[in-house]
Design a protein around this ligand. Structure first.
Ligand SMILES: Nc1nc2c(ncn2[C@@H]2O[C@H](COP(=O)(O)OP(=O)(O)OP(=O)(O)O)[C@@H](O)[C@H]2O)c(=O)[nH]1
Ligand SMILES: [Mg+2]
Length: 325
């Protein structure tokens, strides 16, 4: 039986032959399929085109998987927090509730296939949130690992209504497979090859945790080792407290520097690790400052109001300093 192919078909075929990227090739093949008359005489040709489409997609996926192996998310703002966990626990909806990013949210598992990144405003700083694909998603495993191993804080997101203890345990197993363990004070992991990351639990879907069953189970099982913060991304419950918790778990502080006689700009603090000194602040501002620093004038920390302090003085969050060289 003759195929009776149309001019539109030959036009699409011409596009296929001149296509250079997998996307262009697939689009042209799909166009060829859609304009082709569907009858017995074209059965073989249809099957052949479908095979070609499948082969090109597979190849493209394989290539992009390889190129993603060293994938990392560049840290921006005051710290990087990875939202991790089992599928369908509300990681993407949390990102949407805490930032201006609008990732895909859906009631089925494995919706997120690559990280969604957003900046969460907190008082006078921005914290970077990375909404990760589910931890047990095989396709993204290799390159996800880089983010999980390097984030400043891991937020294990669980759905309080479906055995949250098991969800945390499975997430911890996923971390263990890449030699990451939550930091636990008093436990020394040096020399074990394990990589410690600060971690806590975001106990999501709090709106449906009737009788506190889920949150009580988490607290009983993980106690003070992995604190659980109960929220609802859907109902926007307790999100301000969650932001405060994220900030305090990042173990950072904000320091404002000013020049003598000038007004202080409180909107653009220097971010330092908690426990940093005047000397550290000077170095963060300008590396030449550190050696020549004589003293600083400090406002803040409750008891300081324009007092002189030395380079070794330990700073507090939101201190204002004037550096003198
Ligand atoms: N009732 C209620 N539903 C929620 C809440 N958070 C998320 N959901 C719903 O749970 C489903 C999954 O949400 P997602 O944000 O896509 O979950 P995810 O963890 O990103 O899922 P994956 O990307 O597949 O790993 C969606 O239908 C959400 O509307 C919540 O706090 N309360
Ligand atoms: Mg998601």
């Amino acid at each position: 039986m003759p195929a009776n192919l149309t001019p539109q078909y030959f036009e699409a075929e011409r596009r296929f032959k001149s296509a250079t990227t997998p996307d262009e090739k697939i689009q042209a093949l799909e166009a060829m399929l859609s304009v082709m008359p569907k009858h017995k005489g074209t059965d073989h040709l249809q099957a052949d085109l479908r095979r070609k489409i499948a082969k090109i997609s597979e190849e493209a996926e394989r290539k992009s998987a390889t190129s993603r192996q060293n994938f990392n998310v560049r840290r921006e703002g005051a710290g990087q927090v990875a939202l991790i966990g089992m599928p369908n626990t509300g990681k993407s909806l949390l990102l949407a509730s805490l930032t201006s990013v609008k990732p895909e949210v859906a009631a089925y598992p494995f919706t997120t296939k690559s990280p969604n990144i957003g900046m969460m405003p907190f008082e006078n700083i921005q914290v970077q949130l990375v909404d990760m694909p589910a931890i047990n998603m095989e396709e993204t495993r290799v390159w996800s690992n880089t983010v999980l191993r390097n984030a400043d804080l891991l937020a294990i997101v669980v759905d309080l209504t479906s055995d949250p203890v098991r969800q945390v345990e499975e997430t911890l197993r996923g971390l263990e497979e890449i030699s990451v363990v939550p930091f636990k004070s008093g436990v020394d992991n040096s020399g074990t090859g394990l990589r410690e990351r600060r971690a806590f639990i975001i106990a999501n879907v709090g709106d449906l945790d009737i009788d506190d069953e889920g949150i009580n189970a988490l607290n009983t099982r993980f106690g003070r080792w992995l604190d659980a913060v109960r929220v609802s991304a859907a109902e926007k419950q307790n999100l301000e407290e969650l932001k405060r918790q994220i900030f305090s778990r990042l173990r950072i502080m904000r320091v404002h520097t000013k020049s003598p006689g000038a007004r202080v700009d409180l909107t653009d603090p220097v971010i330092l690790p908690a426990g940093a000194t005047i000397k550290d602040a000077a170095e963060a501002v300008h590396k030449d400052f550190k050696s020549g620093l004589r003293y600083a004038v400090l406002w803040g920390s409750g008891k300081f109001d324009g007092q002189r302090v030395g380079p070794e003085h330990v700073l507090q969050d939101n201190d204002i300093i004037e550096l003198h060289v």
